[in-house]
Ligand binder design. Structure first.
Ligand code: IMP
Length: 470
């Protein structure tokens, strides 16, 4: 066989989500026992392994707030001026955090005054603080009846455990109704999750919602402006495995104290080149040309489908002793099942574009067509997105002349909370089938099987009439 023919004949199989299925295994885990918490970056640990895509029809402040509130992370897009992007990030930082109730009593208040506070809250015990805001103890509801109404609260207060802001994620599952304090012992709030007990908002060390921002590796000014607001940067280019992107990011890493995630990449070699030439990369965004609005594969013939890309990059990370760098699987993840496969292939979290684009919090307008509601969704390399120019350098210079993305409509799906909960429940069920109690166990235990296209049709709902409101 000649070398050209051999190159084709011996090429690897770039399997995608629809090519494989996860096999069930003996399980001792019920879905409700599954812990989905994960490192989205080296230091940002979320209770939900979902990241929203930095696209101008997807992630602005509203979605980023909702994502962090639900334990995931929003990446604010960069197809706007630096000032607009900074403002969006600031809004996230200024947002109120729902799971941390701001209920407290002053130590010098009277029991009579405390009773009024208890009437307004369902908490069984309320933290007590002194004049400077430092936590001094708890007053419990049952104590009220044995105290004199004119007694000072501190007389009846009792000691009790507290949680540091930075330990929130680690301890959240067993720590309801507990006071959360900063490093100086000042009360920040009371952990009181309503509803889903294992969703904990993703917070920074000061107790504000965490947020990331997309940047170009070539825009130092933007990085400077965002630096003091964001928790992480996501270097946002279509093909990061490129000498100019790597050199520019090397400089950038020296200037910023924030975590830096880089991408997109799609191969073993790209991962090796990055981890051997850049220090302190906080995450890799992995997958090329699988996105629902992506036309790169058609326009250029180049792609590294997300499932294939994730497994290749994970192999490289393990071979080079860098497995602490988390992978964000990006592109083509439309269902919880796709997300489960991406995590099983070695990712720590999944990035969603289309799946979140139809939600009320996504940044694009709601459009009514023939009595049905839709939202606009466009690729960042689509003609209209490129026309805004700010993020045109996501794509290499020659391709600016040719669109690598399309735009269209996606059905309106209501609040993002519904979508995130659906993904969480699907993932928990998947881990239950595999017998894994958390994502690292999934990496160890997952077994894949390949499907034929006939088999793929069979694992979807089939042979019944489905248009009855599903
Ligand atoms: P989705 O979740 O399948 O819709 O894919 C979203 C991902 O597609 C994004 O996170 C980007 O990595 C990628 N993407 C966004 N815009 C474009 C584009 O115009 N062309 C190619 N890929 C894109």
């Amino acid at each position: 066989m000649g070398k050209y023919l051999e190159r084709i004949a011996n090429s690897p199989l770039a399997l995608t989500f629809k090519d494989v299925i996860l096999l069930p295994s003996f399980s001792t885990i019920e879905p409700r026992e599954v812990d989905l918490s994960t490192n989205i970056t080296v230091n940002l640990r979320g209770s939900t392994p979902i990241v929203s895509s930095p696209m101008d029809t997807v992630t602005e402040s509203a979605l980023a707030i909702a994502m962090a509130m639900l334990g995931g992370l929003g990446v604010i897009h960069r197809n706007c001026s630096s000032e607009e992007q900074v403002n969006m990030v600031k809004k996230v930082k200024e947002a109120e955090v729902r799971c941390l109730k701001k209920v407290y009593l002053y130590s010098h208040s009277t029991i009579e005054e405390a009773e009024k506070v208890f009437r307004k809250t369902e908490l069984e015990s309320v933290p007590v603080i002194n004049k400077t805001g430092s936590f001094v103890g708890y007053l419990s509801r049952r104590k009220l009846s044995s105290c004199d109404p004119q007694d000072h609260v501190y007389k009846c207060a009792e000691k009790g455990p507290v949680l540091r802001i930075k330990d929130l994620e680690k301890n959240s599952l067993n720590s309801q109704n507990i006071a959360v304090v900063d490093d100086n012992g000042r009360l920040f709030g009371v952990l009181a999750n309503e509803g889903d007990e294992d969703i904990v908002s993703l917070l920074d060390e000061e107790g504000r919602l965490a947020v990331a921002a997309a940047i170009s590796p070539f825009s130092e000014k933007r990085v400077e402006l965002l630096e003091k607001w964001v928790d992480a940067f996501v270097v946002d280019v279509a093909h990061f495995h490129n000498i100019n992107c790597i050199s520019a990011t090397k400089k950038l890493l020296k200037k910023t104290s924030r975590e830096v995630v880089v991408g997109n990449i799609g191969t073993y070699e790209a991962c090796v080149d990055i981890i051997t030439s850049l220090d302190d990369v906080a995450g890799l965004r992995v997958g090329i040309a699988s996105g629902s609005i992506c036309s790169t594969g058609i326009v250029t013939g180049v792609a590294a489908p997300t499932l294939f890309a994730v497994a290749s990059v994970r192999d490289a990370l393990e071979d080079y002793g860098a497995s602490k760098i988390p992978i964000i699987a990006d592109g083509g993840i439309g269902s919880p099942g796709d997300a489960a496969k991406a995590l099983a292939a070695g990712a720590s979290s999944v990035m969603l574009g289309r799946a979140l684009a139809g939600t009320s919090e996504a940044s694009s307008p709601l459009i009514r067509v023939g009595g049905r509601l839709y939202k606009l969704y466009r690729g960042m390399g689509s003609k209209s997105a490129l026309a805004e120019r700010y993020s045109a350098d996501r794509y290499s210079a020659p391709s600016k002349k040719i669109a690598e993305g399309v735009e269209g409509l996606v059905p309106y799906r209501g609040s993002v909370e519904g979508v995130v909960r659906e993904f969480r429940e699907g993932l928990k069920a998947a881990l239950g089938y595999v017998g894994a109690k958390n994502i690292p166990e999934l990496w160890q235990k997952a077994r894949f099987a390949r499907l034929t296209s006939v088999g793929f049709r069979e694992v979807l709902p089939h042979d019944i009439v489905l248009d009855i409101g599903l």
